[in-house]
Design a protein around this ligand. Structure first.
Ligand code: HEC
Length: 148
């Protein structure tokens, strides 16, 4: 594989080749699990984003990893402020936060690039795993500035 990449680099088409490889790898890494959670059918776009990006840290169960990645299932922090949650996935965060009484300090990188994707995935997590967090609209969050 290294040899193949080296050959392409010499041929000067490395970036096209590497880009293509990256896309293939990320697509084959997506884990789609059959789910009986009604939120998967109700918010399919958000469920898809969750299972591509968020589950790595917050887990498919939404329970996170205690002390490292906070829970989203039954999380007081998430359920307290829908708009703040949308901002969380648009811009990430780098500050200590207390979720269900436990302090989390690892930063979270931004996850999505559009207000629509952010709203889709937050509406999913607000209603997955038995959460009863309601929904939020793109209209309500359009003033959130995307910071990169
Ligand atoms: C690389 C690991 C990682 C990924 C991927 C990730 N998060 Fe996070 N998330 C964290 C960490 C760590 C925190 C705590 C951040 C802090 O303390 O600044 C956090 C905090 C949160 C919070 C606020 C705290 C809470 O539990 O209510 C929400 C909401 C959230 N993440 C949602 C998401 C969503 C939705 C996605 C996918 C679009 C996602 N995260 C992807 C690691 C991650």
């Amino acid at each position: 594989m290294l040899l193949i990449i080296a050959v392409f680099m010499i041929a000067g088409s490395a970036s096209a080749f590497l880009n293509q490889t990256a896309v293939e790898v990320s697509e084959s890494a997506v884990v789609y699990t059959p789910s009986s959670d009604p939120a998967d059918a109700k918010f399919p776009e958000g469920a898809k984003i969750y299972k591509q990006k968020c589950f790595v840290c917050h887990q498919l169960s939404g329970e996170g990893v205690p002390g490292a990645f906070p829970p989203l299932k039954n999380a007081d922090y998430l359920l307290a402020d829908k708009k703040r949650a949308v901002e969380q996935v648009l811009n990430g965060s780098n500050e200590a936060m207390v979720v269900n009484g436990v302090t989390y300090t690892i930063p979270m990188p931004f996850q999505v690039d559009t207000h629509k994707e952010a709203v889709d995935v937050i509406n999913y997590v607000l209603n997955a795993w038995g959460n009863d967090g309601g929904t939020i609209t793109v209209e309500e969050v359009k003033d959130i500035k995307i910071v990169r």
